[in-house]
Write a protein that binds this ligand. Structure first.
Ligand code: ATP
Length: 460
């Protein structure tokens, strides 16, 4: 893979823009914030909704071998015994015995200090250089109680992944949907992990959203479908504008594989802090269905009524994070450039991801321009997200739209009042064309349906 160019974007700049422009806020900020917990603000809500909608479009709407599911966050505690999470969903925790007493993930420190998470040798506290305790396995599941009594029998867990909701519904879905492998079940929802070292803004948090598919296949076809889903998911990020040189596939080594997986590859993105996982694509074999069959006593297999053939399907799991994907889209879109001697910050988001598709702006706030612009905005807003803005100079209003990634601005000026045409400004090329106001809707819809790629020579 070719080395990626040095970029102007930093995590600090993205975090600052997210706060300034209303994408993401620190949670409970007026109380000093809750560590690594974030709230999505107006534009963040719209952007995340678009990320999820593009995922649904690709994995469900444009296919005929997938069905949707939205399972509950709380599940029967036996689910987590069967899945192996109660026993195995742990990270090695060490604590500093020196001054700072901070807690760390032992495997991460080994990787940072000795080059590999499995390397032998002494590691120290990265904060104060102190000695560390022996590692102990720390379970990442959040525990709570169901009902009014806080006793052991009432313990339930916040799900640490959405996947198990799919496996336990396998039989129900098979019955109603009349499917035959290969077919998949797709789900988007919250997951919770009591991460020891969350961080890097919304990259790793304790509450996050996943977009997961469990794709059930005849055992002999598992490898082929694993390859298929790697290609398919990588292409999805690229279609939505992530530069190919910022994406790579990395196969897990044998010592990294989870307890259930015979092969896993991560799609990694070049974040400002380095390459990191965006999505995992695992070949889970028949582990999950076999375990749930064993623990529940129910048969979880596919039976072909015509041939009598029966088997436990194997599972390919493309598992993505909605928040992490959103962060990657933001980072990749972030750009700074100089236009006519002034610095401009612009989010070159794919138009379909952009929170607002069109801003309608009167050139000045008099001579009937605001009234005309407002009418255009009201006509268009039922078709796509639009904004009307008449406050401040036109240059300032353009820059504000650039910063939230609005791909197009329609400006109502003196000529509009004569011939009812508006100027349509493009966020990336800054080109302006004049078109009749009556054609705006069709033009924006046409542009939204077109393939899109980021400008050829990214400055950052
Ligand atoms: P990591 O190695 O980063 O901890 P993982 O391999 O444990 O991740 P998976 O269990 O494969 O992650 O989860 C699938 C996806 O869910 C990840 O690729 C990521 O996009 C998302 N995800 C997992 N944990 C978090 C988290 N703490 N915060 C935000 N997103 C997460």
């Amino acid at each position: 893979m070719a080395e990626a160019p040095i970029r102007a974007v930093t995590m600090d700049k993205v975090v600052a823009l997210c706060k300034r422009r209303g994408f993401v806020f620190q949670s409970s900020e007026i109380y000093g914030g809750l560590a690594s917990t974030y709230d999505y603000a107006h534009y963040g809500v719209l952007l995340k909704q678009n990320v999820k909608q593009e995922w649904w479009r690709a994995v469900l709407q444009e296919r005929d071998d997938m069905v949707a599911l939205d399972a509950a966050i709380l599940m029967h505690p036996r689910v987590w015994e069967a899945s192996g999470h109660l026993e195995g969903f742990t990270d090695p925790l060490v604590q500093c015995l020196g001054k700072c007493k901070k807690r760390w993930r032992e495997d991460e420190l080994r990787a940072q200090q000795l080059g590999s998470e499995h390397a032998e040798g002494e590691i120290v506290c990265p904060e104060c250089g102190g000695k560390l305790t022996e590692p102990r396995q720390f379970n990442l599941m959040f525990k709570t109680h169901m009902g009014p009594v806080e006793e052991e029998a009432a313990v339930v867990y916040l799900r640490p992944e959405t996947a198990q909701g799919i496996f336990v519904n396998f039989r129900n879905v098979l019955q109603f949907a009349r499917r035959k492998p290969p077919f998949g079940i797709a789900q988007v929802g919250k997951a919770f992990r009591n991460e020891i070292t969350p961080g890097n803004f919304i990259f790793r948090t304790r509450e996050f959203e996943q977009m997961e598919i469990e794709f059930f296949v005849p055992p002999a076809e598992a490898e082929q479908w694993h390859r298929y889903w790697m290609d398919e998911r990588l292409a999805w990020y690229q279609r939505l504008g992530i530069r190919p040189q910022h994406l790579r596939l990395r196969a897990h080594g044998p010592d990294e594989l989870s307890h259930y997986s015979s092969a896993t590859s991560d799609i990694e993105y070049l974040f400002p802090m380095g390459w990191a996982e965006l999505e995992g694509i695992a070949n889970r074999g028949d582990y999950d269905l076999r375990r749930h069959a064993e623990f529940s006593g129910e048969k979880l297999e596919y039976v072909d009524t015509a041939t009598g053939e029966r088997y436990i399907p194997h599972v390919i799991e493309p598992s993505a994070g909605a928040d992490r994907a959103l962060l990657a889209f933001l980072v990749d879109a972030y750009d700074e450039e100089e236009v006519e001697g002034r610095k401009r910050t612009v989010l070159r988001l794919h138009p379909r991801l952009a929170p607002i598709k069109l801003a309608v702006l009167p050139l000045v706030s008099r001579e009937g321009m605001p009234e005309r612009a407002r009418r255009i905005y009201e006509e268009l807003r039922s078709a796509f997200f639009c904004e009307y803005d008449e406050g401040g100079s036109i240059g300032r209003r353009y820059r504000r739209q650039d910063e939230i990634g609005t791909p197009w601005c329609a400006t109502v000026d003196g000529q509009t009042l004569e011939d009812d045409t508006v100027t349509l400004r493009d966020r990336d090329s800054l080109e302006q064309v004049r078109i009749p106001a009556s054609r705006l809707r069709a033009e924006i819809e046409r542009r939204l349906a077109e393939p899109w790629a980021p400008p050829a020579a990214p400055r950052s």
